[in-house]
Design a protein. Structure first.
Ligand code: EPU
Length: 349
Protein backbone atom coordinates (compact mmCIF):
# COMPACT_ATOMS: atom_id res chain seq x y z
CA UNK A 1 0.00 0.00 0.00
CA UNK A 2 1.39 3.42 -0.90
CA UNK A 3 1.74 6.24 1.60
CA UNK A 4 -1.43 8.36 1.89
CA UNK A 5 -0.77 12.06 1.11
CA UNK A 6 -3.74 14.46 1.27
CA UNK A 7 -3.60 18.20 0.52
CA UNK A 8 -5.75 20.71 2.44
CA UNK A 9 -6.79 17.95 4.82
CA UNK A 10 -9.49 18.45 7.51
CA UNK A 11 -8.25 17.81 11.07
CA UNK A 12 -11.48 18.02 13.10
CA UNK A 13 -11.80 14.25 13.54
CA UNK A 14 -8.06 13.92 14.28
CA UNK A 15 -7.95 16.01 17.47
CA UNK A 16 -9.78 15.32 20.74
CA UNK A 17 -10.54 19.04 21.17
CA UNK A 18 -12.76 18.58 18.11
CA UNK A 19 -11.52 21.85 16.65
CA UNK A 20 -11.98 22.43 12.91
CA UNK A 21 -8.76 23.28 11.03
CA UNK A 22 -7.01 22.17 7.86
CA UNK A 23 -3.45 21.03 7.27
CA UNK A 24 -1.75 22.01 4.02
CA UNK A 25 -0.54 18.39 3.79
CA UNK A 26 -1.47 15.29 5.79
CA UNK A 27 0.67 12.18 5.40
CA UNK A 28 -0.48 8.97 7.07
CA UNK A 29 2.10 6.29 7.86
CA UNK A 30 0.40 2.90 8.27
CA UNK A 31 3.24 0.41 7.80
CA UNK A 32 6.99 0.46 8.26
CA UNK A 33 7.27 -0.79 4.68
CA UNK A 34 6.18 2.75 3.67
CA UNK A 35 9.22 4.38 5.34
CA UNK A 36 11.31 4.45 2.11
CA UNK A 37 8.53 6.55 0.52
CA UNK A 38 8.37 8.91 3.48
CA UNK A 39 11.63 10.82 3.08
CA UNK A 40 11.06 11.76 -0.57
CA UNK A 41 7.50 12.79 0.41
CA UNK A 42 8.99 15.07 3.08
CA UNK A 43 11.64 16.53 0.77
CA UNK A 44 9.97 19.93 0.77
CA UNK A 45 9.46 19.87 4.53
CA UNK A 46 11.73 17.58 6.54
CA UNK A 47 10.25 18.67 9.92
CA UNK A 48 6.58 17.66 9.89
CA UNK A 49 4.41 17.84 13.00
CA UNK A 50 3.93 14.25 14.16
CA UNK A 51 0.37 13.43 15.21
CA UNK A 52 -0.60 10.38 17.25
CA UNK A 53 -4.05 10.33 18.84
CA UNK A 54 -4.41 14.13 18.63
CA UNK A 55 -5.17 14.17 22.36
CA UNK A 56 -2.55 16.70 23.45
CA UNK A 57 -2.76 19.32 20.71
CA UNK A 58 -4.74 22.48 20.02
CA UNK A 59 -4.90 23.54 16.40
CA UNK A 60 -4.95 27.30 16.95
CA UNK A 61 -5.47 27.98 13.23
CA UNK A 62 -4.97 26.18 9.89
CA UNK A 63 -1.61 24.42 9.74
CA UNK A 64 0.46 25.75 6.84
CA UNK A 65 2.90 22.82 6.86
CA UNK A 66 2.81 19.01 6.89
CA UNK A 67 1.29 16.77 9.53
CA UNK A 68 2.56 13.21 9.73
CA UNK A 69 0.00 10.88 11.28
CA UNK A 70 1.49 7.69 12.67
CA UNK A 71 -0.66 4.57 12.65
CA UNK A 72 1.98 1.83 12.99
CA UNK A 73 0.53 -1.15 14.88
CA UNK A 74 1.81 -4.20 16.76
CA UNK A 75 2.50 -5.31 20.35
CA UNK A 76 4.70 -8.19 21.50
CA UNK A 77 6.63 -9.56 24.46
CA UNK A 78 10.34 -9.34 23.61
CA UNK A 79 11.73 -11.14 26.68
CA UNK A 80 10.41 -12.53 29.93
CA UNK A 81 12.87 -13.50 32.66
CA UNK A 82 13.83 -12.78 36.25
CA UNK A 83 14.71 -9.16 35.36
CA UNK A 84 11.20 -8.48 34.12
CA UNK A 85 9.11 -8.56 30.98
CA UNK A 86 10.08 -6.34 28.06
CA UNK A 87 6.97 -5.38 26.08
CA UNK A 88 7.38 -3.64 22.72
CA UNK A 89 4.56 -1.62 21.15
CA UNK A 90 4.47 0.22 17.84
CA UNK A 91 4.08 4.01 17.96
CA UNK A 92 0.52 4.03 16.58
CA UNK A 93 -0.93 1.68 19.21
CA UNK A 94 -3.53 3.19 21.54
CA UNK A 95 -1.91 3.79 24.95
CA UNK A 96 -4.85 2.58 27.05
CA UNK A 97 -5.18 -0.45 24.76
CA UNK A 98 -1.59 -1.30 25.71
CA UNK A 99 -2.38 -0.84 29.42
CA UNK A 100 -5.30 -3.29 29.10
CA UNK A 101 -3.28 -5.76 27.01
CA UNK A 102 -0.38 -5.80 29.46
CA UNK A 103 -2.71 -6.43 32.41
CA UNK A 104 -4.35 -9.31 30.50
CA UNK A 105 -0.85 -10.75 29.93
CA UNK A 106 -0.15 -10.45 33.70
CA UNK A 107 2.57 -7.86 33.05
CA UNK A 108 2.38 -5.06 35.59
CA UNK A 109 3.60 -1.49 35.94
CA UNK A 110 1.21 0.51 33.75
CA UNK A 111 -1.85 0.45 36.05
CA UNK A 112 -1.49 4.05 37.27
CA UNK A 113 -1.30 5.24 33.66
CA UNK A 114 -4.67 3.69 32.71
CA UNK A 115 -7.11 5.71 30.58
CA UNK A 116 -4.60 8.34 29.43
CA UNK A 117 -5.73 9.25 25.91
CA UNK A 118 -3.25 9.09 23.04
CA UNK A 119 -0.81 6.75 21.38
CA UNK A 120 2.27 4.83 22.48
CA UNK A 121 4.54 6.96 20.28
CA UNK A 122 3.37 10.16 21.96
CA UNK A 123 3.95 8.81 25.50
CA UNK A 124 7.74 9.43 25.63
CA UNK A 125 7.52 12.85 23.97
CA UNK A 126 5.90 14.44 27.02
CA UNK A 127 6.81 11.65 29.47
CA UNK A 128 3.16 11.02 30.32
CA UNK A 129 2.40 10.69 34.00
CA UNK A 130 -0.46 10.29 36.42
CA UNK A 131 -1.16 9.15 39.97
CA UNK A 132 2.45 8.85 41.11
CA UNK A 133 3.92 7.12 38.02
CA UNK A 134 5.60 8.54 34.91
CA UNK A 135 6.44 6.71 31.71
CA UNK A 136 10.13 7.08 32.60
CA UNK A 137 9.56 4.74 35.60
CA UNK A 138 8.79 1.81 33.28
CA UNK A 139 10.66 2.88 30.14
CA UNK A 140 13.28 0.54 28.66
CA UNK A 141 14.17 2.01 25.23
CA UNK A 142 12.69 3.13 21.93
CA UNK A 143 13.57 3.01 18.26
CA UNK A 144 13.31 6.23 16.26
CA UNK A 145 14.15 7.15 12.70
CA UNK A 146 15.96 10.40 12.03
CA UNK A 147 13.83 11.89 9.26
CA UNK A 148 16.82 13.95 8.12
CA UNK A 149 19.37 11.16 7.66
CA UNK A 150 16.98 8.20 7.34
CA UNK A 151 18.94 6.30 10.02
CA UNK A 152 17.18 4.39 12.79
CA UNK A 153 18.67 4.43 16.30
CA UNK A 154 17.79 2.97 19.70
CA UNK A 155 17.49 5.50 22.55
CA UNK A 156 17.80 4.59 26.24
CA UNK A 157 16.03 6.42 29.06
CA UNK A 158 19.19 8.49 29.62
CA UNK A 159 19.25 9.38 25.90
CA UNK A 160 15.63 10.57 26.15
CA UNK A 161 16.49 12.88 29.12
CA UNK A 162 13.02 12.62 30.62
CA UNK A 163 11.72 15.39 32.90
CA UNK A 164 8.30 16.58 34.10
CA UNK A 165 6.22 16.45 30.88
CA UNK A 166 9.52 16.81 29.03
CA UNK A 167 12.06 14.86 26.96
CA UNK A 168 14.77 15.34 24.34
CA UNK A 169 12.04 15.21 21.67
CA UNK A 170 10.72 18.58 22.84
CA UNK A 171 14.09 20.27 22.44
CA UNK A 172 15.80 21.43 19.28
CA UNK A 173 17.75 18.65 17.56
CA UNK A 174 17.42 15.93 14.94
CA UNK A 175 13.93 15.29 13.64
CA UNK A 176 13.22 11.94 15.19
CA UNK A 177 10.09 9.90 14.51
CA UNK A 178 9.40 7.31 17.22
CA UNK A 179 8.68 3.93 15.62
CA UNK A 180 8.32 1.63 18.65
CA UNK A 181 8.68 1.82 22.42
CA UNK A 182 9.85 -0.91 24.84
CA UNK A 183 8.71 -0.98 28.45
CA UNK A 184 10.13 -2.97 31.35
CA UNK A 185 7.18 -4.49 33.18
CA UNK A 186 7.02 -6.98 36.01
CA UNK A 187 5.22 -10.20 36.87
CA UNK A 188 5.15 -9.16 40.53
CA UNK A 189 4.98 -5.34 40.69
CA UNK A 190 3.51 -4.18 43.97
CA UNK A 191 0.64 -1.70 43.79
CA UNK A 192 1.96 1.88 43.65
CA UNK A 193 -0.23 3.93 45.95
CA UNK A 194 1.99 6.93 46.70
CA UNK A 195 -0.73 9.19 45.24
CA UNK A 196 -3.22 9.35 48.10
CA UNK A 197 -6.30 9.60 45.91
CA UNK A 198 -5.90 6.08 44.54
CA UNK A 199 -5.41 4.61 48.01
CA UNK A 200 -8.52 6.46 49.18
CA UNK A 201 -10.59 5.19 46.23
CA UNK A 202 -9.49 1.60 46.95
CA UNK A 203 -10.21 2.02 50.64
CA UNK A 204 -13.67 3.41 49.88
CA UNK A 205 -14.29 0.36 47.65
CA UNK A 206 -13.29 -1.92 50.55
CA UNK A 207 -10.16 -3.27 48.77
CA UNK A 208 -7.39 -3.94 51.33
CA UNK A 209 -4.72 -5.78 49.32
CA UNK A 210 -5.15 -4.34 45.85
CA UNK A 211 -4.04 -6.28 42.79
CA UNK A 212 -2.68 -4.34 39.79
CA UNK A 213 -6.11 -4.76 38.16
CA UNK A 214 -7.73 -3.17 41.24
CA UNK A 215 -5.33 -0.21 40.97
CA UNK A 216 -6.11 0.21 37.25
CA UNK A 217 -9.85 0.13 38.06
CA UNK A 218 -9.39 2.74 40.81
CA UNK A 219 -7.39 4.99 38.46
CA UNK A 220 -10.10 4.69 35.79
CA UNK A 221 -12.77 5.53 38.36
CA UNK A 222 -10.87 8.57 39.71
CA UNK A 223 -10.11 9.85 36.19
CA UNK A 224 -13.73 9.41 35.08
CA UNK A 225 -14.98 11.21 38.19
CA UNK A 226 -12.90 14.35 37.59
CA UNK A 227 -11.72 14.56 33.98
CA UNK A 228 -14.13 15.04 31.06
CA UNK A 229 -14.27 12.18 28.53
CA UNK A 230 -12.94 13.56 25.21
CA UNK A 231 -15.42 11.30 23.39
CA UNK A 232 -18.25 13.38 24.93
CA UNK A 233 -16.72 16.81 25.49
CA UNK A 234 -13.82 18.09 23.40
CA UNK A 235 -10.63 18.58 25.44
CA UNK A 236 -6.92 17.77 25.52
CA UNK A 237 -6.51 16.89 29.20
CA UNK A 238 -4.40 19.30 31.21
CA UNK A 239 -4.06 22.46 29.13
CA UNK A 240 -1.33 23.97 31.35
CA UNK A 241 1.65 22.48 33.17
CA UNK A 242 1.86 22.68 36.92
CA UNK A 243 4.34 25.54 37.51
CA UNK A 244 7.59 24.92 39.37
CA UNK A 245 8.63 27.97 41.38
CA UNK A 246 11.47 28.78 43.79
CA UNK A 247 11.03 27.77 47.43
CA UNK A 248 10.97 31.49 48.35
CA UNK A 249 8.20 32.25 45.84
CA UNK A 250 6.18 29.26 47.07
CA UNK A 251 6.76 30.41 50.66
CA UNK A 252 5.19 33.82 49.90
CA UNK A 253 2.16 32.18 48.31
CA UNK A 254 1.73 29.70 51.16
CA UNK A 255 1.97 32.43 53.76
CA UNK A 256 -1.09 34.01 52.18
CA UNK A 257 -2.86 30.77 51.14
CA UNK A 258 -1.76 27.97 53.50
CA UNK A 259 -4.08 25.52 51.75
CA UNK A 260 -2.53 25.86 48.29
CA UNK A 261 -1.42 22.40 47.05
CA UNK A 262 2.37 22.17 46.64
CA UNK A 263 4.84 19.35 46.06
CA UNK A 264 8.62 18.90 46.13
CA UNK A 265 10.37 19.66 42.82
CA UNK A 266 13.71 20.73 41.39
CA UNK A 267 14.33 23.97 39.45
CA UNK A 268 17.71 24.42 37.74
CA UNK A 269 19.23 21.86 40.10
CA UNK A 270 17.87 23.56 43.24
CA UNK A 271 15.09 22.32 45.54
CA UNK A 272 11.85 24.11 44.59
CA UNK A 273 8.07 23.58 44.77
CA UNK A 274 5.57 22.46 42.16
CA UNK A 275 2.24 24.26 42.53
CA UNK A 276 -1.17 23.23 41.22
CA UNK A 277 -2.10 25.16 38.08
CA UNK A 278 -5.71 24.01 38.59
CA UNK A 279 -5.77 25.61 42.05
CA UNK A 280 -4.29 28.89 40.76
CA UNK A 281 -6.82 29.02 37.90
CA UNK A 282 -9.72 28.20 40.20
CA UNK A 283 -8.54 30.87 42.68
CA UNK A 284 -8.76 33.42 39.84
CA UNK A 285 -12.41 32.48 39.35
CA UNK A 286 -12.14 30.64 36.04
CA UNK A 287 -13.47 27.21 36.97
CA UNK A 288 -16.65 26.47 35.01
CA UNK A 289 -16.48 29.75 33.03
CA UNK A 290 -17.92 29.44 29.50
CA UNK A 291 -17.35 31.92 26.66
CA UNK A 292 -19.42 30.81 23.68
CA UNK A 293 -18.42 27.19 23.08
CA UNK A 294 -15.00 27.56 24.73
CA UNK A 295 -14.82 26.92 28.45
CA UNK A 296 -12.98 25.87 31.57
CA UNK A 297 -14.24 22.50 32.76
CA UNK A 298 -16.63 22.73 35.72
CA UNK A 299 -14.98 19.78 37.53
CA UNK A 300 -11.29 20.38 36.79
CA UNK A 301 -9.93 23.88 36.23
CA UNK A 302 -6.84 22.63 34.34
CA UNK A 303 -8.93 21.35 31.45
CA UNK A 304 -10.21 23.64 28.71
CA UNK A 305 -13.22 22.28 26.86
CA UNK A 306 -14.97 22.72 23.53
CA UNK A 307 -18.75 22.58 23.96
CA UNK A 308 -19.19 22.11 20.21
CA UNK A 309 -18.13 24.74 17.71
CA UNK A 310 -15.29 26.52 19.53
CA UNK A 311 -12.42 27.48 17.25
CA UNK A 312 -8.76 27.15 18.11
CA UNK A 313 -8.56 30.95 18.17
CA UNK A 314 -11.37 31.17 20.75
CA UNK A 315 -9.76 28.51 22.96
CA UNK A 316 -6.34 30.15 22.85
CA UNK A 317 -8.00 33.52 23.51
CA UNK A 318 -9.55 32.08 26.68
CA UNK A 319 -6.21 30.49 27.67
CA UNK A 320 -4.46 33.84 27.16
CA UNK A 321 -6.91 35.61 29.50
CA UNK A 322 -6.54 32.85 32.12
CA UNK A 323 -2.76 33.10 31.92
CA UNK A 324 -2.85 36.88 32.25
CA UNK A 325 -5.03 36.78 35.35
CA UNK A 326 -2.89 34.09 37.05
CA UNK A 327 0.18 36.17 36.25
CA UNK A 328 -1.37 39.36 37.57
CA UNK A 329 -2.57 37.81 40.82
CA UNK A 330 0.25 35.36 41.63
CA UNK A 331 3.17 36.54 39.48
CA UNK A 332 3.36 33.05 37.96
CA UNK A 333 3.54 32.52 34.21
CA UNK A 334 1.70 29.35 33.21
CA UNK A 335 3.08 27.31 30.31
CA UNK A 336 0.94 25.28 27.96
CA UNK A 337 1.05 21.53 28.50
CA UNK A 338 -0.82 20.85 25.28
CA UNK A 339 1.05 21.47 22.02
CA UNK A 340 -0.17 24.64 20.28
CA UNK A 341 -0.05 24.44 16.49
CA UNK A 342 0.71 26.84 14.92
CA UNK A 343 2.36 28.42 17.99
CA UNK A 344 0.46 31.68 18.62
CA UNK A 345 2.26 34.87 19.43
CA UNK A 346 3.30 35.05 23.08
CA UNK A 347 3.14 31.28 23.59
CA UNK A 348 6.63 30.36 22.38
CA UNK A 349 9.33 28.94 24.64
N1 EPU B 1 -7.43 21.20 42.16
C1 EPU B 1 -8.05 22.42 42.32
N2 EPU B 1 -9.03 22.77 41.43
C2 EPU B 1 -9.41 21.96 40.41
C3 EPU B 1 -8.76 20.71 40.25
C4 EPU B 1 -7.76 20.36 41.13
O1 EPU B 1 -7.75 23.18 43.22
O2 EPU B 1 -10.30 22.35 39.64
C5 EPU B 1 -6.39 20.81 43.10
C6 EPU B 1 -6.66 19.45 43.71
O3 EPU B 1 -7.47 19.59 44.85
C7 EPU B 1 -5.28 18.94 44.03
C8 EPU B 1 -4.41 19.59 42.99
O4 EPU B 1 -5.16 20.65 42.41
O5 EPU B 1 -4.87 19.35 45.30
C9 EPU B 1 -3.92 18.63 41.93
O6 EPU B 1 -5.05 18.11 41.22
P1 EPU B 1 -5.01 16.70 40.46
O7 EPU B 1 -4.65 15.62 41.42
O8 EPU B 1 -6.26 16.54 39.70
O9 EPU B 1 -3.76 16.78 39.49
P2 EPU B 1 -3.20 17.91 38.53
O10 EPU B 1 -1.89 18.34 39.10
O11 EPU B 1 -4.20 18.98 38.26
C10 EPU B 1 -1.77 16.22 37.14
C11 EPU B 1 -1.56 15.91 35.69
C12 EPU B 1 -2.73 15.09 35.14
C13 EPU B 1 -2.84 13.80 35.95
C14 EPU B 1 -3.05 14.18 37.43
C15 EPU B 1 -3.08 12.97 38.35
C16 EPU B 1 -0.23 17.79 34.84
C17 EPU B 1 -0.20 18.99 33.95
N3 EPU B 1 -1.40 17.15 34.92
O12 EPU B 1 -2.92 17.07 37.19
O13 EPU B 1 -2.43 14.75 33.79
O14 EPU B 1 -3.93 13.00 35.51
O15 EPU B 1 -1.94 15.02 37.86
O16 EPU B 1 -1.80 12.46 38.58
O17 EPU B 1 0.79 17.43 35.42
C18 EPU B 1 -2.72 15.45 31.52
O18 EPU B 1 -1.50 15.56 31.47
O19 EPU B 1 -3.47 15.71 30.53
C19 EPU B 1 -3.35 15.05 32.78
C20 EPU B 1 -4.67 14.97 32.92
Amino acid sequence: MTLSIVRNAPLKSLNTFGVAANAATLITLEHEAQLPELRPALAAEPAPFVLGGGSNVLFTADVPGTILRVRLRGVRIVSDDARGVIVEAAAGEDWDGLVRWSLAQHCYGLENLALIPGTVGAAPIQNIGAYGVELSDVFDSLDAIDLGSGKTATLSAADCAFGYRDSIFKRPGPNRLVLRVRLRLSRTAPARLSHGEIGQALHAAGVDNPTPADVADAVRQVRMSKLPDPARLGNAGSFFKNPIVSAAHAGQLLAEYPGAPNYPAVLAGVAARKLSAAWLIEACGWKGVREGDAGVDARHALVLVNYGQATGAQLIGLATRIRASVHQRFNIRLEAEAVLLPTPEGWGP
